[in-house]
Design a protein around this ligand. Structure first.
Ligand code: DON
Length: 571
């Protein structure tokens, strides 16, 4: 056969193959290619297998992405107690199939009795652990109110049917993965110390993979939420138990705090990176503004040519991160209490100016970088879930208790863990919190104020169409993990799963070092960076990104982070 006719036959063969796989894919509701890993009708990616299953079932029953996300968050409160929660808070970024966007802030807020110096001793020093493992570490929980509000606006299935899967998991139990068993075992001493008497997280001899954990009290609390919605948590038996728990340990949350808590719909912040539009969370998250600043800072450089985690790529990204985190320390806080200069921070001219002090020859020392200034302006546990439904509505939720298992305090009788989100405030200007982040006035404690967050749920459009839905836990590393995952896809041509699995690095201005996961940088890259004065420090796993990508063929491709038990399911 001549060369041209061989080529023609190959093309014909490929074309027929593609048509067959498309047809079989459509009838089965999933694409044959890529081992059935791409889906047409919707997808859920989250931190625990049973929770992903609960979400998928809701989608298959005709629920919206928000319906599924609600079922997933409740199921995670049972199956992923380190972070999934009803005693914490979170953020949701939403994009409808038609392209309308919205965000829901159900972040915890400081109780009315909170005060700026509540974590300081008489000499003005921060009292270690007071904002972490005491009854005073908790902000007023926002998750239940947030999920109720999300359902009111974007839900289709009955509320009861979205809470029920979590009730079943709590009452009947579910099998522990090896990682969850290990996490629970690591916390045994803390659970004992913080909770007098018995509780279901304790196990004589320790937990092992395959054990079933039954959480009867949590199941009963979820039944009240199922039957009474918001009132099932913020009033009645659960509110009584929460306040009694507070009173048993000098905690601050009162009935009035619970009554006054309300989730807030906020306009999404958006920005462009090349042909992509990024839709993300406004303050009280620092994540959205910081992510857009980071993308802007690197947009003009040929990252694609340099390649993934090569020395120029890492150097540029680190220098952008250094400057953006310096801004975060000064300018970001709850917008209802502090005038956040969002527009100024997002001016392209401003990010250009910030990057002017960067030179290729050597690392800019963090001591030489201060938060920027503008004319006219004064003055390890969270979890992410990502859902797309059959109509193309997309939800990106990051929710948290802050530390792993929050404060470690279980509300007696109600059976859920309390957050230690108060540590995200700046207890004292310049003193780092548990993630090494520092802050000042913008993020000082005030009654009723929301503590600054790094959570960065995000949704991307490409040329006006849904492209990517993503987010991650990881404290201060959230912003840089989302930043890297986006670049991995749009610049380095990785699949969604590769982009999520890829090794990460992180810089946050202070401390002045580049934290790197094992094997993130090869030895030549590491040496080149060290020669320029970068301090490279090994770090354990960074982030647990859960993401969905819409391919140009219209299929959903998931990325579930192998660093955890994260699971992707589609149909
Ligand atoms: O809102 C924040 O930024 C933190 N409370 C998030 C904590 C977190 O991601 C812990 N996860 N590993």
């Amino acid at each position: 056969m001549r060369k041209s006719s061989v080529k023609r036959s190959i093309r014909l063969f490929w074309f027929v193959g593609a048509i067959i796989s498309l047809l079989t894919g459509c009838t089965k509701g999933q694409l044959g290619k890529n081992n059935g890993q791409e889906f047409r009708n919707g997808m859920v990616v989250c931190a625990y297998p049973e929770a992903a299953k609960a979400g998928l079932e809701v989608l298959q029953k005709g629920g919206t992405a928000v319906d599924a996300a609600i079922a997933v968050q409740f199921a995670l409160a049972v199956t992923h107690p380190a972070a999934g929660n009803i005693g914490g808070g979170g953020f949701m970024v939403y994009r409808s199939a038609k392209g309308e966007t919205n965000t829901l802030d159900y972040r915890e807020m400081a109780p009315a009795a909170a005060s700026a110096n509540m974590y300081l001793d008489s000499a003005g020093n921060v009292i270690a652990d007071k904002s972490l493992h005491t009854h005073q570490a908790s902000g007023v929980p926002g998750s239940v109110d947030g999920l109720v509000e999300a359902h009111k606006k974007y839900g289709k299935l009955k509320w009861e049917d979205l809470v029920q899967p979590a009730i079943n998991l709590a009452k009947n139990g579910f099998p522990l993965t090896e990682k969850l068993a290990a996490n629970l075992n690591a916390m045994q001493q803390n659970f004992k110390k913080l909770n007098p008497g018995k509780n279901y997280y304790l196990k004589e001899g320790g937990w092992k993979a395959g054990d079933r954990m039954i959480q009867a009290d949590l199941g009963a609390t979820l039944e009240l939420i199922r039957d009474h919605g918001r009132a099932g948590f913020y009033e009645g038996k659960v509110a009584d138990e929460l306040v009694a728990e507070m009173q048993s340990g000098n905690g601050l949350i009162t009935k009035a705090d619970l009554k006054n808590y309300h989730a807030v719909w906020r306009k999404a912040i958006t920005g462009n990176y090349k042909e992509y539009k990024v839709i993300t969370m406004p303050p009280p998250s620092s994540g959205g503004i910081a992510l857009l600043q980071l993308l802007r800072s690197v947009e003009k450089y040929p990252l694609k040519r340099w390649g993934y985690n090569q020395d120029s790529t890492v150097q540029l990204m680190v220098e952008a991160e250094r400057r953006v985190y310096a801004d975060r320390s000064k300018y970001l806080g709850d917008p209802d209490f502090y005038k956040v200069p969002a527009d100024s921070l997002l001016q392209p001219k401003y990010t250009d100016k910030r990057m002017k002090t960067f030179t290729w020859a050597k690392a800019t020392p963090s001591s030489a970088v201060r938060p920027g200034s503008f004319v006219g302006y004064e003055s390890d546990q969270t979890t992410h879930l990502t859902v797309v439904d059959k109509d193309g509505n997309a939800v990106s939720i990051t929710t948290t208790l802050n530390g792993s298992f929050g404060s470690g305090i279980v509300v007696k009788g109600a059976g859920f863990l309390l957050n230690n989100e108060m540590d995200d405030f700046s207890a004292k200007p310049g003193t780092p919190n548990m993630y090494g982040l520092i802050g000042g006035k913008a993020n000082a404690i005030q009654p009723g104020k929301r503590m600054l967050s790094s959570m960065t749920p995000a949704i991307l459009e490409k040329n006006g169409k849904l492209f990517m839905v993503l987010g991650t836990p990881g404290g201060s590393t959230i912003i840089t993990s989302v930043f890297q995952t986006i670049l991995n896809v749009v610049e380095f041509d990785q699949t969604m799963q590769q982009a999520v699995t890829s090794k990460r690095f992180h810089h946050q201005w202070l401390p002045d070092d580049v934290e790197v996961e094992k094997d993130a940088l090869d030895s030549t890259t590491t040496q080149k960076l060290q020669q320029k004065g970068y301090k490279i420090s090994p770090h354990g796993p960074i982030g647990r990104v859960d993401a969905i990508l819409k391919t140009k063929w219209g299929y959903y491709q998931g990325g579930a982070d192998p660093r955890g038990d994260d699971t992707k399911l589609g149909w």
